[in-house]
Design a protein around this ligand. Structure first.
Ligand code: HPA
Length: 273
């Protein structure tokens, strides 16, 4: 695995001389955050050895080298989902490549269903913790100690200092954010009403089909993580229960402006060692 990762790293280093320390995964409908990035190189996943291309509408697959607020960043425009049929090792491969490229911080965004009854579509939820309900674990199988430990600690999966920085930026710019627990599930079906209730009972505030695999792989190799859910629909509201992919994309649009500002300011002010 490490040899395969290093081949890809070699390829990417030959394509760009930039060596960013911060990576951003742009989730469903949040691609426009990329407009704030001054792009130096954009490489389609199809050209990158070992990368698979996403099959989902609205997830055009490109790896972007550029600067955000003058700071070098590596951005994934489009990501793979487990429901597309890929093995977990393919889904987390880009994260491992980023780690090997020298990335220290991974910032992730996703569109999610709201479980907390106080949430309304368009809310930005800072992910404080997650519950992993994927049927396959990204670290299943032999462990390569050069990448990380056999039994990684997940007690500090989402970096507390980065959450505090995000709250500070939101408050300074007078937009609301909330904090909560993200439930990661395989999809591709949205939840039944009973499932939304169940995920609420076990401690979830939002539910979605991504993020958890990437965060697990990143924490395994010591990369700090920061994640946000944009609430696209509120699961327990029967009226809003007819969820469609179009609806999800529309609601996430509302949050884009605030989220772009949040990520940009975080990148500007974050201390990465
Ligand atoms: N459930 C799971 N994933 C989602 C949802 C949802 O209600 N909305 C957007 N992504």
């Amino acid at each position: 695995m490490l040899e395969k990762i290093d081949k890809t790293v070699e390829f990417l280093k030959s394509r760009s001389s930039m060596r960013p320390k911060i990576a951003i995964v742009l989730g469903t409908g949040l691609g426009p955050l990329a407009d704030n990035i001054e792009v130096t190189d954009a490489i389609p996943y199809s050209e990158i050895p070992g990368f698979r291309t996403s099959t989902v509408q609205g997830h055009s697959g490109k790896l972007i080298f550029g600067t955000l607020a003058g700071v070098p960043v590596l951005a994934m425009q489009g990501r793979l989902h487990f429901y597309e049929g890929y093995p977990m090792s393919d889904i987390v491969f880009p994260v491992r490549v980023m780690w090997r490229m020298g990335i220290k911080v991974l910032m992730v965004s996703n569109a999610a269903g709201g479980l907390n009854p106080k949430y309304v579509p368009g809310d930005i939820m800072l992910i404080q913790d997650h519950i992993n309900l994927f049927p396959e674990h990204p670290l299943h199988g032999p462990n390569d100690e050069r990448m990380g430990p056999r039994f990684p600690d997940m007690g500090n999966a989402y970096d507390k200092d980065l959450i505090a920085l995000a709250e500070k930026i939101a408050s300074e710019n007078s937009f609301p954010v909330c904090k909560g627990v993200y439930v990661g599930t395989q999809g591709p079906t949205f939840e039944t009403l009973a499932e939304y209730r169940y995920f609420r009972i076990i401690g979830g505030d939002s539910v979605g089909m991504s993020t958890v695999p990437e965060v697990i792989a990143a924490r395994h190799c010591g990369v700090k993580c920061f994640g946000v859910s944009v609430v696209a629909n509120v699961g327990l509201d029967a009226e809003a229960n007819a969820v469609s992919h179009e609806e999800v994309q529309q609601n996430t649009k509302k949050a884009q402006e605030n989220l772009s500002l949040l990520f940009t300011e975080m990148v500007r002010r974050m201390k990465v060692e």
